[in-house]
Design a protein around this ligand. Structure first.
Ligand SMILES: CC(C)(COP(=O)(O)OP(=O)(O)OC[C@H]1O[C@@H](n2cnc3c(N)ncnc32)[C@H](O)[C@@H]1OP(=O)(O)O)[C@@H](O)C(=O)NCCC(=O)NCCS
Length: 158
Protein backbone atom coordinates (compact mmCIF):
# COMPACT_ATOMS: atom_id res chain seq x y z
CA UNK A 1 0.00 0.00 0.00
CA UNK A 2 1.37 3.42 -0.94
CA UNK A 3 0.92 5.48 2.23
CA UNK A 4 2.01 9.03 3.05
CA UNK A 5 3.96 9.10 -0.19
CA UNK A 6 3.98 11.51 -3.07
CA UNK A 7 3.70 9.44 -6.20
CA UNK A 8 3.35 10.41 -9.86
CA UNK A 9 2.99 8.61 -13.17
CA UNK A 10 4.45 10.04 -16.38
CA UNK A 11 5.66 8.95 -19.80
CA UNK A 12 9.25 7.78 -20.18
CA UNK A 13 11.83 9.81 -22.11
CA UNK A 14 15.34 8.90 -23.32
CA UNK A 15 16.81 10.39 -20.11
CA UNK A 16 15.04 7.68 -18.11
CA UNK A 17 16.78 4.78 -19.90
CA UNK A 18 19.43 4.08 -17.20
CA UNK A 19 16.87 3.95 -14.38
CA UNK A 20 14.48 1.77 -16.39
CA UNK A 21 17.29 -0.60 -17.39
CA UNK A 22 18.42 -0.92 -13.76
CA UNK A 23 14.98 -2.20 -12.75
CA UNK A 24 14.62 -4.32 -15.90
CA UNK A 25 17.92 -6.09 -15.20
CA UNK A 26 17.13 -6.86 -11.58
CA UNK A 27 13.56 -7.96 -12.33
CA UNK A 28 14.06 -10.53 -15.11
CA UNK A 29 16.34 -13.52 -15.73
CA UNK A 30 16.20 -12.69 -19.45
CA UNK A 31 15.89 -8.86 -19.48
CA UNK A 32 15.14 -6.68 -22.48
CA UNK A 33 18.24 -5.03 -23.90
CA UNK A 34 18.73 -1.26 -23.81
CA UNK A 35 18.12 -1.17 -27.57
CA UNK A 36 14.77 -2.95 -27.16
CA UNK A 37 13.55 -0.48 -24.54
CA UNK A 38 14.89 2.48 -26.54
CA UNK A 39 13.03 1.30 -29.64
CA UNK A 40 9.73 1.43 -27.75
CA UNK A 41 10.19 5.20 -27.42
CA UNK A 42 10.20 5.59 -31.18
CA UNK A 43 7.09 3.57 -32.10
CA UNK A 44 3.81 5.42 -32.37
CA UNK A 45 1.79 2.50 -30.98
CA UNK A 46 4.05 2.02 -27.94
CA UNK A 47 3.97 3.79 -24.56
CA UNK A 48 6.21 3.45 -21.52
CA UNK A 49 4.73 4.76 -18.26
CA UNK A 50 6.86 5.36 -15.18
CA UNK A 51 5.70 5.43 -11.56
CA UNK A 52 7.92 7.63 -9.42
CA UNK A 53 8.04 8.40 -5.72
CA UNK A 54 9.30 11.67 -4.25
CA UNK A 55 12.23 10.95 -1.93
CA UNK A 56 14.71 13.14 -0.07
CA UNK A 57 16.87 13.23 -3.19
CA UNK A 58 14.09 13.85 -5.70
CA UNK A 59 11.78 11.75 -7.88
CA UNK A 60 12.84 8.12 -7.88
CA UNK A 61 11.66 5.46 -10.35
CA UNK A 62 9.73 2.69 -8.61
CA UNK A 63 7.94 0.82 -11.43
CA UNK A 64 7.29 0.94 -15.15
CA UNK A 65 4.93 -0.53 -17.74
CA UNK A 66 5.54 -0.94 -21.48
CA UNK A 67 2.47 -1.42 -23.64
CA UNK A 68 1.11 -1.20 -27.16
CA UNK A 69 -2.20 0.22 -28.30
CA UNK A 70 -3.20 -1.66 -31.43
CA UNK A 71 -6.59 -0.73 -32.89
CA UNK A 72 -8.95 -1.09 -29.90
CA UNK A 73 -6.66 -3.46 -27.98
CA UNK A 74 -4.15 -2.88 -25.20
CA UNK A 75 -1.18 -5.27 -25.18
CA UNK A 76 0.89 -5.14 -22.00
CA UNK A 77 4.45 -6.20 -22.84
CA UNK A 78 6.48 -5.53 -19.73
CA UNK A 79 5.84 -4.47 -16.13
CA UNK A 80 8.35 -4.34 -13.28
CA UNK A 81 8.81 -2.82 -9.84
CA UNK A 82 12.14 -2.13 -8.14
CA UNK A 83 12.83 -5.17 -5.91
CA UNK A 84 13.49 -2.88 -2.92
CA UNK A 85 9.95 -1.49 -2.96
CA UNK A 86 7.78 -4.41 -4.03
CA UNK A 87 4.39 -5.02 -2.49
CA UNK A 88 3.90 -1.34 -1.79
CA UNK A 89 1.40 -0.72 -4.59
CA UNK A 90 3.67 0.72 -7.30
CA UNK A 91 2.92 -2.11 -9.74
CA UNK A 92 -0.79 -1.62 -9.25
CA UNK A 93 -0.41 2.15 -9.64
CA UNK A 94 1.39 1.92 -12.98
CA UNK A 95 -1.06 -0.72 -14.24
CA UNK A 96 -4.04 1.42 -13.15
CA UNK A 97 -2.54 4.31 -15.12
CA UNK A 98 -1.98 2.02 -18.10
CA UNK A 99 -5.62 0.90 -18.11
CA UNK A 100 -6.88 4.47 -17.65
CA UNK A 101 -4.74 5.70 -20.55
CA UNK A 102 -5.93 2.83 -22.74
CA UNK A 103 -9.55 3.67 -21.92
CA UNK A 104 -8.99 7.26 -23.05
CA UNK A 105 -7.75 5.77 -26.34
CA UNK A 106 -10.98 3.74 -26.62
CA UNK A 107 -9.43 0.33 -26.00
CA UNK A 108 -12.04 -2.33 -25.27
CA UNK A 109 -9.82 -5.33 -24.49
CA UNK A 110 -6.45 -5.87 -22.84
CA UNK A 111 -4.11 -8.84 -23.28
CA UNK A 112 -0.85 -10.00 -21.75
CA UNK A 113 1.29 -13.08 -21.30
CA UNK A 114 2.83 -14.09 -18.01
CA UNK A 115 5.01 -16.99 -16.91
CA UNK A 116 3.04 -19.84 -15.41
CA UNK A 117 5.22 -19.70 -12.26
CA UNK A 118 4.86 -15.92 -11.82
CA UNK A 119 2.48 -15.84 -8.87
CA UNK A 120 3.15 -12.16 -8.06
CA UNK A 121 2.34 -10.86 -11.54
CA UNK A 122 -0.69 -13.12 -11.91
CA UNK A 123 -1.87 -11.82 -8.53
CA UNK A 124 -1.47 -8.24 -9.68
CA UNK A 125 -3.25 -8.79 -13.00
CA UNK A 126 -5.97 -10.89 -11.36
CA UNK A 127 -6.63 -8.11 -8.84
CA UNK A 128 -7.19 -5.76 -11.78
CA UNK A 129 -9.77 -8.08 -13.34
CA UNK A 130 -7.62 -9.96 -15.85
CA UNK A 131 -8.62 -13.59 -16.30
CA UNK A 132 -6.78 -16.52 -17.88
CA UNK A 133 -8.00 -17.08 -21.44
CA UNK A 134 -5.32 -19.42 -22.75
CA UNK A 135 -1.98 -21.12 -22.35
CA UNK A 136 0.99 -21.02 -24.73
CA UNK A 137 3.05 -24.18 -24.05
CA UNK A 138 6.85 -23.69 -23.90
CA UNK A 139 6.42 -20.04 -24.91
CA UNK A 140 9.55 -18.54 -23.34
CA UNK A 141 12.71 -19.08 -25.36
CA UNK A 142 15.23 -19.18 -22.51
CA UNK A 143 13.74 -21.98 -20.42
CA UNK A 144 10.63 -23.05 -22.36
CA UNK A 145 8.27 -22.17 -19.54
CA UNK A 146 4.58 -22.01 -20.47
CA UNK A 147 2.91 -18.61 -20.82
CA UNK A 148 -0.50 -17.95 -19.32
CA UNK A 149 -2.52 -15.64 -21.59
CA UNK A 150 -4.67 -13.21 -19.61
CA UNK A 151 -7.33 -10.82 -20.87
CA UNK A 152 -9.46 -8.02 -19.48
CA UNK A 153 -12.77 -6.90 -20.94
CA UNK A 154 -12.41 -3.13 -20.69
CA UNK A 155 -16.01 -2.49 -21.71
CA UNK A 156 -17.04 -3.57 -18.22
CA UNK A 157 -16.94 -0.74 -15.64
CA UNK A 158 -13.57 -0.54 -13.86
C1 LIG B 1 4.73 -8.34 -10.57
C2 LIG B 1 5.26 -7.04 -9.98
C3 LIG B 1 5.35 -6.00 -11.08
C4 LIG B 1 4.29 -6.56 -8.89
O1 LIG B 1 4.72 -5.28 -8.49
P1 LIG B 1 4.46 -4.70 -7.01
O2 LIG B 1 4.75 -3.26 -7.06
O3 LIG B 1 5.22 -5.51 -6.00
O4 LIG B 1 2.92 -5.01 -6.84
P2 LIG B 1 1.87 -4.25 -5.90
O5 LIG B 1 2.49 -3.92 -4.59
O6 LIG B 1 1.25 -3.14 -6.67
O7 LIG B 1 0.80 -5.41 -5.67
C5 LIG B 1 -0.49 -5.36 -6.24
C6 LIG B 1 -1.15 -6.72 -6.07
O8 LIG B 1 -0.46 -7.72 -6.84
C7 LIG B 1 -0.48 -8.96 -6.13
N1 LIG B 1 0.87 -9.34 -5.74
C8 LIG B 1 1.99 -8.59 -5.80
N2 LIG B 1 3.05 -9.29 -5.37
C9 LIG B 1 2.58 -10.51 -5.04
C10 LIG B 1 3.20 -11.69 -4.54
N3 LIG B 1 4.52 -11.74 -4.29
N4 LIG B 1 2.43 -12.78 -4.34
C11 LIG B 1 1.11 -12.74 -4.60
N5 LIG B 1 0.46 -11.65 -5.05
C12 LIG B 1 1.19 -10.56 -5.28
C13 LIG B 1 -1.37 -8.72 -4.92
O9 LIG B 1 -2.72 -8.96 -5.28
C14 LIG B 1 -1.13 -7.25 -4.66
O10 LIG B 1 -2.13 -6.63 -3.91
P3 LIG B 1 -2.00 -6.65 -2.28
O11 LIG B 1 -0.60 -6.21 -1.94
O12 LIG B 1 -3.04 -5.66 -1.85
O13 LIG B 1 -2.28 -8.06 -1.86
C15 LIG B 1 6.65 -7.28 -9.29
O14 LIG B 1 6.56 -8.41 -8.45
C16 LIG B 1 7.79 -7.48 -10.27
O15 LIG B 1 8.41 -6.51 -10.73
N6 LIG B 1 8.13 -8.74 -10.60
C17 LIG B 1 9.26 -9.04 -11.50
C18 LIG B 1 8.94 -8.66 -12.91
C19 LIG B 1 7.71 -9.39 -13.43
O16 LIG B 1 7.51 -10.56 -13.18
N7 LIG B 1 6.88 -8.63 -14.17
C20 LIG B 1 5.67 -9.16 -14.77
C21 LIG B 1 5.98 -9.79 -16.09
S1 LIG B 1 4.50 -10.43 -16.86
Amino acid sequence: MIQNAEVRVRKMTLDDLPAVMAIEQQAFSNPWSLEMVKKELTQAWSTVLLCEELTGTGWCLRAFAIFWLVADELHVLNVATDTAVRRRGFGRRVMDATLSFARTQRCVQAFLEVRRSNVAAQGLYGSLGFRQVGLRPRYYQDDHEDAVVMALDMKEPA
